[in-house]
Write a protein that binds this ligand. Structure first.
Ligand SMILES: Nc1ncnc2c1ncn2[C@@H]1O[C@H](COP(=O)(O)OP(=O)(O)OP(=O)(O)O)[C@@H](O)[C@H]1O
Length: 373
């Protein structure tokens, strides 16, 4: 059949794809990492990572480029062996000093950032690629079911280059779920999609993952993406896990300044902690668990309220940008090096150069020892 222009197809297909109930249920496995260390030529890339992903759980490995996320996935998949430590599936060692199970025998599905579709194979052949243990007929049925779930069964005989980026992502998803893996590992699966369709594709992908029930680990560097899709977020930095928990936990109670900065573009103000109280040019705030000494007071931009001049903390508007749902207002405050950013939902009509008052909501303030910075 003749392919419609790829973008037009995407527009009409999103956000819902395919037939529900055709993803095929997996038997989810528990995936555990025990003290994984990985070194390359003397450089330590993973430094004692321990983590258990429970059956059916969707965990996001979150961190900046180069922190070791992909390396951890590759070790789980068995593409690489760790320098030391163990990987277990349902309590059974699959990588470690006593065993090494080949990747194709682990029951793990992989989906890569670039989708890794074979250009010379049809869509159906691509999806059947991971089903070589089945008879040709069974593989054909399973591959068509998976394609049906992502709404692309009519494109079975087309080749990858005729599909849009969004459709190729769906083929890659169909290929990874078709063998019903107990564990699915996804490396930046949405980063090649344009923003217009990313949210819808993410939501539908998660719906399919829930339908299969597979234990899933998704690598991302995007905190908002992690918050949207994860049951649990694991935040990494330089080969170690900094913090793990629900998105609310990490957002509201970040373990340190690095974790805080990852989730919010704070106003950071230098100050001092004495006896559980932090003082700085914008006010005094509780800091019950911070040691006495220099501190960084972090104020969320949405924690600033604009008031008429003469009330609260005095400031002068430097600039104001309309961002649609909010206004972003920059305000000079005496004693603070850089203008404060305020994200204001219901803006008082402020103008550049105007004197105003600023109220700060203490629940939007976090205090860290300066040594953390
Ligand atoms: N086979 C290898 N040989 C040498 N160094 C490697 C190898 N694989 C990864 N590295 C290095 O290990 C570090 C971690 O890489 P990794 O790909 O795991 O990071 P990442 O967090 O997934 O980042 P990105 O999002 O950029 O892929 C990087 O500095 C990388 O250059």
């Amino acid at each position: 059949m003749t392919a419609k222009p790829a973008q037009a197809r995407d527009r009409f297909r999103l956000p819902r794809w395919g037939q529900r109930g055709t993803a095929g249920a997996s038997i989810p496995a528990q995936l555990s990492f025990e003290n994984i260390v990985q070194t390359y030529g003397g450089t330590t890339v993973l430094d004692g990572v321990s983590l258990t992903v429970e059956p059916g759980e969707l965990v996001c490995l979150l961190g900046h480029s180069g922190c070791g996320k992909t390396t951890l996935l590759r070790i789980a998949a068995g593409v690489e062996a760790p320098t030391s430590g163990r990987v277990l599936m349902d309590g059974l060692e699959v990588s470690g000093p006593r065993a090494f199970i080949e990747p194709e025998r682990r029951g793990i599905g992989l989906m890569f950032q670039d989708y890794a579709l074979f250009p010379h194979m049809t869509i159906l052949q691509n999806v059947m690629f991971g089903l070589r243990d089945l008879s040709a007929k069974e593989a054909d049925i399973a591959a068509r079911r998976a394609l049906s779930r992502v709404g692309l069964e009519h494109y079975a005989d087309e080749f990858p280059h005729t599909l849009s980026g969004g459709e190729q992502q769906r083929v890659a998803l169909a290929r990874s779920i078709a063998p019903r893996p107990g564990v699915l590992l996804m490396d930046e699966p949405f980063s090649n999609l344009d923003r217009r369709m990313r949210d819808a594709i993410r939501d539908e992908t998660v719906a399919i993952l829930r339908e299969t029930g597979a234990t899933t680990v998704v690598v991302t560097h995007d905190p908002e993406e992690a918050m949207r899709i994860a049951d649990r977020i694991v935040l990494m930095r330089s080969g170690v896990i900094i913090q793990q928990g629900l998105s609310e936990e990490i957002y509201h109670e970040p373990a340190n300044l690095f974790a805080a900065r990852f989730f919010c573009d704070f106003n950071e103000i230098r100050g001092e902690v004495r006896n559980g109280q932090a003082s700085c040019p914008v006010g005094i705030f509780p800091a019950p668990n911070v040691a006495d000494g220099p501190a960084v007071i972090c104020v969320r931009p949405q924690g600033l309220r604009l008031k008429p001049a003469g009330f609260c903390l005095p400031g002068r508007v430097v600039s104001r940008r309309f961002l649609g749902e909010v206004d972003l207002v920059y305000i000079d405050v005496e004693g603070v090096d850089r203008p404060l950013q305020a994200r204001v939902h219901d803006p008082v009509r402020v103008k550049e150069g105007q004197d105003i008052g600023i109220e700060i909501d203490p629940k939007d303030v976090l205090v860290f020892a300066a040594a953390d910075a």
